[in-house]
Structures are given as structure tokens and as C-alpha cells.
Write a protein that binds this ligand. Structure first.
Ligand code: ADP
Length: 489
């Protein structure tokens, strides 16, 4: 395994310069078949993802197939504009005869480490723009979803030069080897615990890293919400993918005026969810255990279970019933730590101010949603939330919209996927300056003389460092000093 990592990294290092030197159009052409490959293998993707993660096939198709085709098409269409070099003219007085070009260039070799909850969509979100940019990528999928990983890698078969994309399989030890290897950037999606370790390892070697870690998303249901839409949207936002989504709704703050109507509708909806159709078992034993312990702690601290979806006998030991609770003690782990499970805890609050305050009282800050018929008011409130994405009257769906940045605050990490903002991580700016001046020397070059010193002093005054009279005097001083400097002083 260690050998796999080392070999993949040296193949990547060897391949990367020539891959990056290809014209962008060649990389765009190379990746062109990807969208149709994803769509034509939709059944296979849905089946493998269902087998490995437990998610219902409908969810696999909606979250792991269709948005990925959009993602590829988006980046291929936008790449020529986004990667275009920018020519900048410099101020001709201060910098005569000089010009600059700012280019976006690949970071080099990227280590990509991904989790099991969206084993197709999450890696593709980085792979597509990273490769288009001319990076070579060595990717380690989660050890929980190796077949999904192999399937995604096979979508690229025959499209890329040898070494531009390598798959390494294995658990955390393999991930750690990759992070410690010859890489220029680590892109990681996963737990806070692992993210912090990776951040430390990268900091020690000054390797760039992009971390997308957890979430504890809040939904704020205001008194003027459309109750039917809010209940449907919150139930989906909390429970889709059995809640195993970093942007799951894990806390609901509902204004007291609408609390009863909203809670009643949510409990009806959740009671009617069907195992195997609307939700599946959790993906790992560890996750099922964590969710059960959060539920048990919450009940001990007074939370009241309002609804549970029925679990058939065949549901198996990893199944956890989607559960609605009314919570009063917000110190319980269910309200503070990441649950990543099918739980919808409701807290009744007096007003919107209390809802915002509680929503912000989290170590995480990925997304949040506000449910209200008054869009203007909701937008004002949105700007008070300390998160990366706020959705009004919807939740979390924009992870599937490739033109919108997906990012967060606090322990969510500062990684950015999707949108041109993601390129700030996957590429670096390179500046090439040209100077066509024929002068023997620049004003600021040696020798440092009294005339140069006088110019520097006068400049500061002329540019605002003195009052109006002082400025006039400085203009004369500046002219005098310039003449001296030009004549060799
Ligand atoms: P989860 O198991 O909840 O997905 P992890 O953060 O443990 O969260 O795992 C996410 C990804 O990180 C997986 O691919 C896993 O193998 C990998 N990983 C785990 N530990 C490390 C580590 N120390 N260094 C690098 N990668 C790791």
C-alpha cells in the first residue's frame, strides 16, 4: 500500500508538467466524454452506491448521477473564460513601459481524500476542475466505498495521460501516507478530527490544504412561514441520505406562533416515510452507534420523541428510524456535535432574534435555512447567520449547483468547492511582468541619494500626507528633486 502511494505520487509528479503544458482546449476535449459516461452508467452508479452506502436508489440517482453530469458540463463550458489569462496595464507614470499578465496555473500534484456519504459526487466536484486546471491527482476514496471509488476512476479510463489521475485504496493510514507524500495541495472532505490532523501535517511542510469538514446546520422556521412547504422541506433537509450529509438539518428553531402547526405536519410526514424507498440503513455500524447514543443522551436530558418512521423487521442492525424530537436542553450532544443521522430535533423559540442567536451558537457553520413568506426580511436575517450558504425556503440543495460556492466557517473548515472560488484553491496565480523600458535605471534603483530621499518625502506629502499648502510646497520640492535625480543626483 505504501508502495502504491509512492508510485502513484511519482507517476503524478512526472506526468504533471506536460499535462499542465497542454493547451486548456486539450484538457477540455479529453474530459468531454465524461458527462455522457456518467449518464449512460447511471444504473451501475446507482446500484454500486446503494450497495455500499445503503441509500435508496432514487437518492443515488438524484444526488450521485444527475448533478455530476451538470458539474462536468458546467466546468467544460466555463473553463475557457475562467482560465483566461488577465492582462494588466500598470500605471504609466509610476511604472512606464511595463505590463503584466496574471495566469491561473495548476498547483501541481493534488492529494484528494474523500468520505463515504456521497462517494461519487464529492470526489467529482474536485476531480473535474482540478484536472482541467492541469493538476495531477492522486485520489483515495473512503475505505467504506472502494467500489464506488473504482467506478468513478474508471469513468476517466483512456481520457488522460498516464499518471494524471491515480486511485489508491485504503484506510486512514494510506490517507496519512498520501498527505505526507510529495504533494502540493491536499483536498479533504471528512471529519473534523481527521481534518485537523491533516491541517497540522500540511502546516509542518507548508503544503496548501483545503478542508471541508462537518456541519450542524440549523433551519429557522419563522411565524410567517408557509407551513406545508417548511415541513416538507425541513423533513427532506434533515433526513435525505438518512441524514448522512454534512449539510443535513440537525437543529430546527421554530417560532412559537407556528410551532404547533409545523411540528404536527412534520411528525405526520416523518411517520409516513418508508424504509428502502425514502430512507435506507446507515452506512456504517459506527455511524448507527453514534446516532443512537445522541438519541439516548437527548432522551435522558428530557427530549420528547414526537414521531418515528416505522422500521420493518428486515431493516437490519444499521437502520435507525427517522425521528422527530422536541428538545429543550441544548447542551446535549444531539444539539452540539455532528450527528450525521436521521434525526430532526425541534426547539421552540420566542422570536427570530433568539433563533439567529442559537443558530450561530455552534462550532460549525456550513449552511442554514430560513423559512418565511417575507423574502426581504428573511434575506436580512440571512446576513446575520455565520455560515457559508444560507437558503431561504429551501435547504442545502446548492451543493449540486456547480456555479455556486460551497463553503463554511468555524470547524466546517474553509475549503471551497464549486464555482470560480474553488479555483483559488486548485490553482495559484502566476504573474509574468515585462518591462520594455530602455532607461538605464529605474528611479528606485541604486544609488540612494539625497535627491531620491527628497522625492520619497515629497511624494508622501503630495499624495495626502500634508495639508493643501504643504502639498503645494511638496509639488515644487518634488519637481526640484526629480530634476536633480535625472541629472545624476
Ligand atoms: P468518516 O469516517 O466519518 O468519513 P474520516 O475523516 O475518518 O471520516 O474519513 C474521511 C476520509 O479520510 C476517508 O477516506 C479516510 O480513510 C480518510 N482518513 C482517515 N484518517 C486519515 C488520516 N489520518 N490522514 C488522511 N486521511 C485519513
Amino acid at each position: 500500500m505504501a508502495q502504491d502511494v509512492t508510485e502513484s505520487l511519482s507517476r503524478a509528479r512526472a506526468a504533471q508538467p506536460a499535462f499542465a503544458a497542454l493547451p486548456l482546449s486539450a484538457r477540455v476535449r479529453a474530459l468531454r466524454p465524461l458527462a455522457s459516461r456518467i449518464l449512460s452508467r447511471a444504473d451501475e452508479i446507482a446500484a454500486v452506491v446503494r450497495e455500499e452506502t445503503g441509500k435508496p436508489e432514487t437518492e443515488a440517482r438524484l444526488a450521485e448521477v444527475l448533478p455530476n453530469a451538470d458539474l462536468v458540463e458546467h466546468w467544460l463550458a466555463e473553463a475557457p473564460r475562467l482560465f483566461e489569462a488577465e492582462e494588466l496595464a500598470l500605471d504609466p507614470l509610476a511604472y512606464p513601459s511595463k505590463g503584466a499578465v496574471v495566469e491561473r496555473v495548476a498547483r501541481g500534484v493534488v492529494a484528494l481524500i474523500t468520505p463515504w456519504n456521497f462517494p461519487v459526487a464529492i470526489p467529482l466536484r474536485t476531480l473535474v476542475p482540478a484536472l482541467l486546471a492541469g493538476n495531477a491527482v492522486v485520489w483515495k476514496p473512503s475505505e467504506v466505498t472502494p467500489r464506488s471509488g473504482a467506478l468513478v476512476a474508471s469513468l476517466f479510463d483512456g481520457l488522460l495521460p498516464h499518471g494524471a489521475l491515480s486511485l489508491v485504496q485504503g484506510a486512514g493510514d494510506v490517507g496519512a501516507l498520501l498527505v505526507d507524500g510529495d504533494v502540493d495541495l491536499v483536498v479533504f472532505t471528512g471529519s473534523v478530527r481527521t481534518g485537523k490532523r491533516i491541517a497540522v501535517a500540511c502546516a509542518e511542510r507548508l503544503v496548501a490544504c483545503s478542508l471541508e469538514l462537518g456541519g450542524k446546520d440549523a433551519a429557522i422556521v419563522l411565524a410567517d412561514a408557509d407551513v406545508e412547504r417548511a415541513a416538507n422541506g425541513v423533513a427532506w433537509g434533515a433526513l435525505t441520505n438518512a441524514g448522512q450529509n454534512c449539510a443535513s438539518i440537525e437543529r430546527v428553531y421554530v417560532e412559537s406562533a407556528v410551532a404547533e402547526a409545523f411540528t404536527k405536519r412534520v411528525t405526520e410526514l416523518v411517520s409516513g416515510l418508508r424504509f428502502g424507498v425514502d430512507f435506507g440503513p446507515l452506512t456504517t455500524d459506527a455511524q448507527a452507534e453514534l446516532v443512537r447514543s445522541h438519541l439516548a443522551d437527548a432522551r435522558t436530558s428530557g427530549a420528547e420523541v414526537l414521531a418515528e418512521a416505522p422500521l420493518p423487521p428486515e431493516a437490519g442492525p444499521r437502520a435507525v428510524a427517522p425521528t422527530v424530537l422536541r428538545v429543550t436542553d441544548e447542551a446535549t450532544p444531539l444539539m452540539r456535535d455532528e450527528t450525521i443521522g436521521p434525526v430532526l430535533p425541534i426547539v421552540v423559540v420566542a422570536n427570530e432574534g433568539a433563533a439567529v442567536e442559537r443558530a450561530n451558537a455552534s462550532r460549525f457553520g456550513l449552511t442554514a435555512s430560513i423559512w418565511s413568506k417575507h423574502l426581504g426580511k428573511a434575506e436580512q436575517l440571512a446576513r446575520r447567520l455565520r455560515v457559508g450558504v444560507v437558503t431561504i425556503n429551501n435547504h442545502g440543495f446548492s451543493a449540486a449547483v456547480p456555479s455556486l460556492p460551497w463553503t463554511g466557517t468555524g470547524e466546517t473548515g474553509t475549503g471551497i468547492t464549486n464555482s470560480p472560488h474553488a479555483l483559488a484553491e486548485l490553482t495559484r496565480p502566476r504573474v509574468v511582468l515585462t518591462d520594455a523600458s530602455r532607461a538605464r535605471r529605474e528611479l528606485w534603483w541604486y544609488p540612494y541619494t539625497p535627491a531620491l530621499e527628497a522625492i520619497a518625502r515629497a511624494m508622501a506629502k503630495v499624495r495626502g500626507g500634508a495639508g493643501p499648502l504643504g502639498r503645494v510646497a511638496a509639488v515644487f520640492a518634488l519637481i526640484g528633486a526629480f530634476v536633480k535625480r535625472l541629472s545624476g543626483g
